[in-house]
Design a protein around this ligand. Structure first.
Ligand SMILES: [Zn+2]
Length: 344
């Protein structure tokens, strides 16, 4: 039995020596030290031995076990170290290689133009206000002098959710809400940028969702010349100090009188070209003096207070300023388009 154990030890140690991978080493461990291994088998037969032999063989068996286990552990450490070495050699880092550039994003053109317009009006003392995109019929129409049945609130133009709730068709309800909150107690000077929705077929110049920035200034003694001054400053700061503006009579239910504002064409300098359709002027926005009825509904005394309002589409401003030829470019998020307007 002693010889048998010694032979097993020799055989096992040789196999450990020959093992070249962790997998082979594990196989050796299972084969020799496992529950069904030959050493366990020998120990099972110990019952048949004499009283004197038993401790001797027991001790030897344990020693063999210990030595085989120790050999496996040390071989394992060796194989692991070799594998690590190999891996390190294969994955050498070349510290001289240039770094990979991390692409940085930038604001969307529409975001930039809205912020630019906001900054411009903040500089003239306007505050920025926001309101809900899902609006009540009252704030979207009624409070703005558009009673039920008014032709300008044709069902075709609006996304109604219920009879009384709709997606706002302009940002004017924010003005109505703000005036309503102030209850005619103090002046208001605000702009409201935001998304608006109209039932429209999308094409190069139309979109069912677009952006609007409206402005409102209500105070004592606000005159049409104040409106003209503010719009003139806006046009010059946005499109260049050499731009001229002109106001043409127009109609909006919530202003009286109402005007459309044009700026002189930058391309032809007023001589007439394809951009300005040979007129020398380009239409930019609508404006007017707040209708006394609107002031009254908001709680202002129209005999004491007056005001002006204006509204523009930032997409149109950006299209004119940067020569964008299709409004859909603002919403399709084509990175090649957007990247052109990222400032470094
Ligand atoms: Zn022109």
């Amino acid at each position: 039995m002693k010889d048998q154990l010694q032979a097993l030890e020799k055989e096992a140690l040789q196999k450990v020596e020959d093992a070249s991978s962790l997998k082979e080493l594990q196989d050796v461990r299972v084969a020799y030290l496992g529950k069904k291994g030959p050493i366990t088998e020998v120990l099972k037969g110990m019952g048949k031995l004499s009283k004197e032999e038993r401790p001797v063989i027991g001790e030897l068996a344990n020693k063999v076990r210990g030595q085989v286990a120790e050999a496996i552990d040390s071989k394992k450490a060796g194989i692991e170290a070799a594998e690590l070495e190999k891996q390190l050699a294969e994955e050498t880092i070349d510290v001289t290689l240039p770094g990979r550039p991390v692409p940085t994003g930038g604001p969307h053109l529409l975001t930039s133009i809205v912020e630019e317009i906001e900054d411009l009006f903040i500089g003239m003392g306007f505050e920025v206000r926001e309101g809900p995109e899902v609006e009540t019929d009252y704030y979207n129409f009624e409070a703005l002098n558009l009673p039920k049945g008014h032709p300008a609130r044709d069902m075709q133009d609006s996304f109604y959710i219920t009879d009384d709730i709709l997606l706002r068709t302009h940002t004017s309800p924010v003005q109505a809400r703000t005036m309503n909150m102030i209850k005619g107690e103090r002046p208001v000077k605000m702009i409201c940028p935001g998304k608006v929705y109209r039932r429209d077929t999308d094409d190069a110049t139309h979109s069912h969702q677009f952006t609007q920035i409206e402005g409102l200034y209500v105070d004592k003694h606000v005159r049409m010349s104040d409106l003209k001054g503010v719009l003139d400053r806006f046009a010059k700061q946005m499109f260049g100090e050499d731009r001229e503006i002109r106001l043409r009579p127009s109609f909006f239910p919530f202003t009286e009188p109402s005007v459309e504002m044009d700026i002189s064409c930058k391309v032809c300098n007023g001589k007439g070209c394809s951009v300005c359709k040979k007129t020398g002027w380009i239409e930019i926005l609508g404006a007017g003096m707040v209708h006394p009825r609107v002031l009254e509904m908001a709680g202002y005394d129209p005999k004491e207070y007056s005001g002006f309002a204006f509204g523009m589409g930032p997409e149109r401003i950006a299209m004119l300023k940067y020569g964008v030829d299709d409004i859909r470019h603002f919403y399709t998020n084509d990175i090649r388009f957007l990247k052109q307007y990222h400032q470094a």
